[in-house]
Design a protein around this ligand. Structure first.
Ligand SMILES: Nc1ncnc2c1ncn2[C@@H]1O[C@H](COP(=O)(O)OP(=O)(O)OP(=O)(O)O)[C@@H](O)[C@H]1O
Ligand SMILES: Nc1nc2c(c(=O)[nH]1)N=C(CO)CN2
Length: 169
């Protein structure tokens, strides 16, 4: 199965940009495009250091579940441990959305919910996504929405917490 996935990677412990780069390296020839590195205020209410985030687009012969496995393998390679929900981490990689033959995959499986159920609220996902794909769309409540419009609708404080820091490639 050939599919195209949008992934979000974030880090706020250790060599954070190095961990983001490790995801691009692991994607290899499946990497289609990546955003720059964004410095982002922590989302989710846990007091912690700022994150760095990228949103990347990958395509290859993988099922949606195999993209999740890819994300988990990247996290394991970064010695990620799960402690606090939405807390600090060396590397978090989420599957934001997957398309097969240009059609978005919908799943309510708790192991892999698609599109990612909180992506539409996260400036740290949406702002880098628009940079890498200005015409991107995300299904929200069953309706295709332009990601650029979701960014425009973000709360001012949420949008202000996300700033472009540096190119990663
Ligand atoms: N689209 C998805 N991408 C990544 N993980 C998902 C997805 N849908 C469901 N999950 C499941 O969510 C579980 C928790 O993932 P994780 O620890 O990365 O959560 P988190 O990053 O703390 O929070 P969030 O899910 O809000 O990003 C994983 O075990 C995974 O199976
Ligand atoms: N800005 C930002 N906030 C977060 C992030 C992240 O990658 N970026 N990841 C989290 C883990 O679930 C929780 N909060």
């Amino acid at each position: 199965m050939r599919s195209r996935a949008v992934l979000s990677a974030g880090s706020n412990i250790g060599d954070s940009v190095g961990y983001l780069r490790s995801v691009l390296d692991a994607a290899g020839d499946d990497l289609v495009a990546t955003s720059d590195v964004y410095r982002t205020a922590p989302w989710g209410g846990v007091e912690q250091d700022d994150f760095v985030n990228i949103t990347l687009i990958v395509a290859g012969e993988r099922t949606p579940r195999e993209w999740l496995d890819f994300c988990r393998a990247c996290e394991r390679a970064a010695d990620r441990v799960r402690e606090v929900r939405w807390g600090p981490r060396t590397l978090d990689v989420d599957v934001v959305s997957v398309e097969v033959d240009g059609v978005p995959v919908a799943s309510d499986d708790p192991e892999l919910t698609l599109p990612h159920p909180r992506a539409d609220q996260r400036a740290f996902v949406l702002v880098p996504w628009v940079q890498v794909d200005p015409d991107a769309e995300l299904t929200v409540d069953g309706r295709a929405r332009r990601v650029a419009d979701l960014v425009a609708a973000l709360d001012d404080a949420e949008a202000a917490g996300v700033t472009r820091a540096e190119a990663i490639r």
